[in-house]
Design a protein around this ligand. Structure first.
Ligand code: 13P
Length: 309
């Protein structure tokens, strides 16, 4: 059968989405053109919540592998697709399930809090999951006398430790290479050049321990978008992956957004494209399916998190 022709690739995606009864979820670090065709663009927490309540048959997750896995864990009966199966996360790869098991053997009363940037196998060994928007709340919900292992992001863990004033938190030494590109020297320079600007920083920033005092706000990607909209300030320095700027600029004509580092671009996030989205919906590829036993175990820490926030 001849393939139908569409005026634009966006029209083709809209038609395929309808045909498949698919919802397209896009992380805030996706390209602007993907965010534009998404049903929902948001941070990891929002996208997980949206996945959990969708009535669609197919969830097309434009993000990275662990995000699609989280959707599959929360929606075992749905078909979860990712446009490019190679879209991974270096930070998530920095912790393995055996690392968590070893710590638990050594700390039988300890509690493991895993950042959502982890594999399903690591989540399955953890007690609580958290995202950058709720890590503090999750840690505060855990009894003071329990020792905590926070994995894998050292900088988010340091931030939570500082915010909660809690000493009994061990931090894994993982980091996001993209956020590592954001350095305090450049932030200081940008603050000097734009004295009226607010510095909004993601807690994964590699310079966070040094630059916490420089930041006006430390927020998740969704928190950043919301804050920029609500603030009466006109200029913002944005310390995170540059994909976030698309929505900020679009939602706030008249405000100026300055990336802390124009090279802070996650190559994994940028592997997805409109062409791969078409192929994904046409061929129902690439499915991310977490095996039932693993999904059942990995769901507990995620559901605990969702019940707290
Ligand atoms: P957010 O939850 O703030 O969107 O961050 C997710 C992420 O992967 C950052 O690298």
């Amino acid at each position: 059968m001849a393939r139908q022709l569409f005026p634009t690739i966006q029209d083709e995606i809209a038609a395929l989405k309808k045909e498949r009864n698919a919802v397209l979820l896009a992380h805030n670090y996706q390209t602007g053109e993907i965010q534009e065709i998404a049903d929902i663009a948001g941070d990891s927490l929002r996208l997980a919540q949206e996945a959990a309540k969708t009535r669609a048959d197919v969830i097309l997750f434009c993000g990275v592998h662990f995000m699609a896995e989280t959707a599959s864990i929360l929606c075992p009966d749905k078909k979860v697709l990712i446009p490019d199966p190679e879209a991974g996360c270096t930070l998530a790869d920095m912790i393995k399930p055996e690392d968590v098991r070893k710590w638990k053997t050594q700390n039988p009363d300890g509690v493991v809090v895993c950042y959502v940037n982890t594999s399903a196998a690591v989540k399955a060994e953890s007690d609580y999951c958290c995202t950058s928007s709720n890590a503090e709340q999750v840690v505060r919900s855990i009894s003071q006398d329990r020792k905590i292992l926070f994995v894998p992001d050292f900088f988010l863990g340091t931030y939570v430790k500082k915010r909660t004033g809690r000493e009994n938190i061990e931090l894994w030494q993982g980091y996001c290479p993209t956020h590592m590109l954001i350095q305090s020297r450049e932030l200081e320079q940008l603050k000097r050049e734009h004295p009226g600007a607010e510095l909004i920083m993601h807690p994964e920033c590699g310079c966070l321990t040094k630059s916490m005092h420089l930041a006006d706000q430390i927020l998740s990607t969704e928190g950043m978008v919301r804050y920029a909209k609500d603030s009466s300030k006109k200029t913002f320095i944005i310390a995170t992956e540059t994909g976030i700027l698309h929505r900020m600029i679009k939602d706030n004509p008249g405000k100026q957004f300055i990336p802390a580092n124009v090279n802070a671009v996650c190559s994994y996030m940028k592997m997805n494209s409109l062409e791969k989205i078409v192929a994904s919906l046409e061929n129902l590829q690439y499915e991310i399916k977490v095996p039932k036993d693993l999904a059942d175990r990995a769901r507990r820490p995620i559901e605990r998190m969702i019940s707290i926030v």
